[in-house]
Design a protein around this ligand. Structure first.
Ligand code: SIN
Length: 483
């Protein structure tokens, strides 16, 4: 199925004491094991990065680092179909989405290849010369999630390497094959040994890797994308050696439709925001607030789209929404919907499941796209991130009410709203307590834009010129010139 099957070759390097392997499954067909992946030891990988750091940081020019990142990006482009296939097979997402993610992942390398060569600033003082230099932070450890198996790695490793740091990354145990392919392409691009190391580990060993990353004194920075619960544990562990941290944590995004919105556009934006990757993104809209005067029209148009959505294995070219990542994810969404209905919500629409009955049954990873209306604000599905293909809808009467409900959560990653009123758009965007806002648009992630949350959604920024600053620290040097 792959043009280049060597992309996922991952020999046992003997670093893991137990020489353990762990299985990787296809979520569309959970009984089939795609591969057995050998584990790699976190401490050994950190030490390799530490050894590689002086040469990478001090003896390479920014231009050289930039050219290696560009070469890596070119190899991703020439292997794009294989990378998309690997990603769909292990994460379940529709092939068209995987193809999009290959471009998204590659764009972080192109962007930081260019950012690497921008000059850093210096200034003057009558008594001497004031210089502020930017220096690479050092060995940086990264923990990436399964929902974007390529892009969440390049979004961290791209700026890290561009800044002159070395990266040790742990992919999710659910999607290691995409990361292995990325690492093999990095090697082929000429990224020196130890500059980008990968630590593969099973579910059971993952907490140990996290602890090693956060407590090993050779690591100077930890970057994590994942749940707020785990992010808090990692921050506590990293505080012992006062590491810099970047945390891209959970969300519970609002999608507000005002009475003056273009409803057809709002429905399209809602579908793309809600059902991207079967609702399994941190920035997916979860809480839909629809003005009472347009509520029924919006809901019936959204339900129509949901009814017609083609759900199936990601490798089927007609599939619009693939399976969820595992049975636990399906169970969590099933429970949330059940308890929302018990709290008074209406199950307004549930879309279809795959026609192929062999993909269904108690171990199936498929959950139908779902629309719930009249959801209680006290329901679990409203108060916590859904991470699944369910749109929970309530209606509102005034802008103040919508704002109060939107902000009444501990997290603040992204939110979206639809209106044609310019002054309302600016005012509402300013008052929303989130790091990212989409106005009349449901997908706003972009390499050139700052990605990050406020409140318990995290610390730090990825992407944009700010993304590279996370891997640099400023040193002030004063040189006396006047006698
Ligand atoms: C995420 O869900 O963590 C990232 C999504 C994105 O980059 O759009």
């Amino acid at each position: 199925m792959l043009k280049d099957p060597t992309l996922t070759e991952w020999p046992d390097d003997g670093s893991s004491p137990s020489s353990a392997t762990f299985p990787v499954f296809d979520p569309a067909s959970p009984t089939s094991i795609l591969a057995q992946v050998s584990s790699r030891d976190a401490k050994a990988a950190i030490e390799k990065c530490h050894d590689a750091l002086p040469a990478w940081r001090d003896q390479t020019t920014a231009m050289h680092r930039s050219s290696l990142l560009s070469e890596w990006s070119k190899l991703i482009q020439s292997n794009s179909e294989d990378l998309a296939t690997i990603m769909t097979l292990e994460s379940g997402k529709a092939l068209s989405e995987s193809r999009g993610e290959v471009s998204y992942a590659k764009s972080f390398l192109d962007y930081y290849a260019a950012e690497a060569i921008r000059p850093t600033g210096a200034g003057g003082d009558p008594k001497g010369h004031v210089m502020a230099v930017q220096q690479a932070v050092g060995v940086s450890a990264m923990i990436a999630p399964w929902n974007f198996p390529l892009a969440m790695i390049t979004r961290k490793v791209g700026p890290c390497l561009a800044a002159g740091c070395c990266a040790v990354a742990k992919p999710s145990e659910l999607t290691p094959l995409s990361a292995i392919a990325l690492k093999n392409l990095a090697d082929r691009a000429g990224i020196p040994d130890g500059v980008f190391e990968l630590v593969t580990a099973s579910t059971e060993s993952t907490p140990q890797v996290g602890t090693e990353f956060c407590t090993n004194p050779l690591v100077k920075k930890v970057s994590f994308t994942g749940s707020t619960r785990v992010g808090k544990i990692l921050m506590q562990q990293a505080s012992g050696t006062v590491k810099k941290v970047s945390m891209e944590l959970g969300g519970n995004a609002c999608f507000v439709v005002f009475e003056d919105a273009d409803i057809d556009n709002a429905v399209n934006a809602a579908v793309s925001s809600k059902f991207r990757n079967a609702g399994q993104t941190c920035v997916c809209s979860d809480r839909f607030l629809i003005h009472a005067s347009v509520h029924d029209e919006f809901v019936s148009k959204l339900a129509e789209k949901v009814k017609n959505m083609k759900v199936g294995p990601g490798m089927d070219p007609d599939t619009q929404m693939g399976p969820m990542i595992n049975v636990a994810a399906v169970q969590s969404v099933t429970e949330k919907v059940k308890s929302a209905v018990a709290d008074g919500a209406t199950l307004y629409e549930q879309g279809s499941l795959p026609e192929d009955g062999t993909l269904l049954g108690p171990n199936s990873h498929f959950y139908p796209p779902t629309v719930l209306t009249n959801v209680s604000l006290d329901s679990d599905i409203w108060k916590t991130e859904t991470f699944g293909p369910v749109a929970a809808i309530v209606s509102f009467e005034t802008d103040e009410e919508a704002l109060q409900i939107a902000n009444n959560v501990d997290v603040g990653l992204a939110s979206y709203f639809c209106t044609k009123d310019l002054s309302r758009a600016f005012s509402f965007a300013h008052k929303l307590e989130v790091g990212m806002v989409g106005v009349n648009e449901g997908i706003i992630s972009s390499t050139v834009a700052p990605f990050g949350g406020v409140k318990e959604s995290g610390i730090g920024t990825e992407g944009s010129p700010l993304g590279i600053k996370e891997y640099l620290e400023t040193k002030y040097i004063f040189m006396k010139t006047a006698q």
